[in-house]
Design a protein around this ligand. Sequence first.
Ligand code: HEC
Length: 146
Amino acid sequence: MMNMKMTLTYFVATIAIIGAGWTATPAQAKDARDSVLAHYQAQADQTGGTPTIFSAARGKALFQGQFTTGKPETPSCTSCHMATPTARGRTRAGKEIAPLAVSATPDRFTDLKKTEKWFLRNCTSVLGRQCTPVEKGDFITFMKTK
Ligand code: HEC
């Protein structure tokens, strides 16, 4: 007979297997993205008096902007992500990057840890500084329209 500990181990293993094979439905992805956006909204609202309204137009300007404050080899987000958000990008080493447009890659911006990791890395490369919560919210808002 299985003891409690074994039962628990099987239970945890089963959940892990289900978890690994889990793919978000579009509705689940939207909920997850909304909560990532809510995180940036809360951060943005801490810094100003009036609630921030994220802007797709500002997000587009950030995406297409050419900067001189970061690394010379990456003057723009489009250096790797390409000018069209629905297009596949390419790293400088030649590795393919799935499109950032939510219509093309439905699970974009649904994992806060991942999103934060890449904002930090890429804003530092392109702008020479971290992106602000407003910039992050604007950027995601723009990619949602694409
Ligand atoms: C040097 C190449 C490069 C540049 C320049 C670059 N990125 Fe990226 N970006 C990547 C790679 C590689 C990934 C990770 C692969 C993936 O998510 O498909 C990524 C992923 C991301 C993600 C994660 C998206 C998610 O699914 O959560 C965000 C956010 C992002 N980039 C924002 C930016 C922004 C904003 C800029 C411009 C300020 C920028 N990137 C410029 C290479 C780049």
